[in-house]
Design a protein around this ligand. Sequence first.
Ligand SMILES: Cc1cc2nc3c(=O)[nH]c(=O)nc-3n(C[C@H](O)[C@H](O)[C@H](O)COP(=O)(O)OP(=O)(O)OC[C@H]3O[C@@H](n4cnc5c(N)ncnc54)[C@H](O)[C@@H]3O)c2cc1C
Length: 340
Amino acid sequence: MAQHDTDYLIIGAGATGLAFADTLLQESDAHITLVDMHGQPGGHWNDAYPFVSLHQPSAFYGVNSLALGTHRKDTVGHNAGLYELASGAEVSGYFQQVMHQKLLPSGRVRYLPMSRFEGLEAGTARVTSLLSGADSTITVRRKLVDARHFSPSVPATTKPKFSVAEGVHLVTPTQLTQLWQDTRERPARFCILGAGKTAMDAAVWLLECGVPQTAISWVMPRDSWVVNRLTTQPGEEFFKHSIGGQLAQMKALAEASSVADLFERLEASGQMLRIDTQHTPRMFHYATLSQGEVQLLRQIQHVIRKGRVLAIERGALVLEQGREALHENTLFINCTASAV
Ligand SMILES: Cc1cc2nc3c(=O)[nH]c(=O)nc-3n(C[C@H](O)[C@H](O)[C@H](O)COP(=O)(O)OP(=O)(O)OC[C@H]3O[C@@H](n4cnc5c(N)ncnc54)[C@H](O)[C@@H]3O)c2cc1C
């Protein structure tokens, strides 16, 4: 059995583990070992759908020693006028750079991909390689750092919690982009399941790819409050919206008489947005959108508000609060993973 020792053993080479390792490297002379079940650094970004991007400007993301992005504003698309959002591929490439240009060249970092942390006993950790099955032990001289707390669930790695009848065409957002390989008949309708950021991204993607809004149905168990991306911009130019927005938030927090009242105040001050102004959101998971994306999403008229999906049958959805008949040739897009 292989045996190593290290000062800090970090479980997880996602954004959290990498940012911690990067700072530790700058501010100490410690030796660091990173262990992760994924084959590449970046954690959940390895499993993300191809049209994913950061919710918020690249300037606010990543590790201290290396800037992410080029600090440019988008000039086209629904984020025009606001700072760039790194795509999932860019985030993954960036974390590769962090590993290969910053951490490993220091000579003080060991990275064990495709390896599972199994436990720690008397200062010695046990790690198993997912490929060879070989066990190794690592003596931890200073600290074990658990950087897997966030571990968001994403559709590609989460099983649906509803039953799916034979012949129903259900895809993850990743499989949606691979539809060109599908030999089945072209879907007559698209039905998005879920109301979080993944569902919003899928809806924007479909509309931008030219699917008419009349061909889209959207299962929205709860409407969601959404952060107005304008309030998350860096730099003096956006000071009124970013720092001014913080002030508005404090004021709303101080004056609100209830949670519902708080969110209405945040909407009135431009902090929060909602897709449908006729419905009161009951959910807030920090999804962030531009006003342009909200306008686009408002085009979708067939929104099914009958609770969560219990089952998909051919030609119908069974929901907590009733059934919804749909075209037999509907493509269902599963965006129901709960993220964080
Ligand atoms: C689609 C999406 C967009 C997002 N956009 C933003 C944004 O714009 N801004 C923002 O601030 N945040 C954003 N987030 C939040 C995001 O979760 C965090 O920014 C961050 O990526 C989380 O990183 P993490 O390292 O905590 O978790 P993860 O990326 O999940 O990493 C944890 C790692 O731990 C490993 N692991 C778990 N168990 C073990 C074990 N036993 N042994 C070894 N390894 C193990 C896993 O393999 C994984 O690689 C977004 C999240 C999602 C899902």
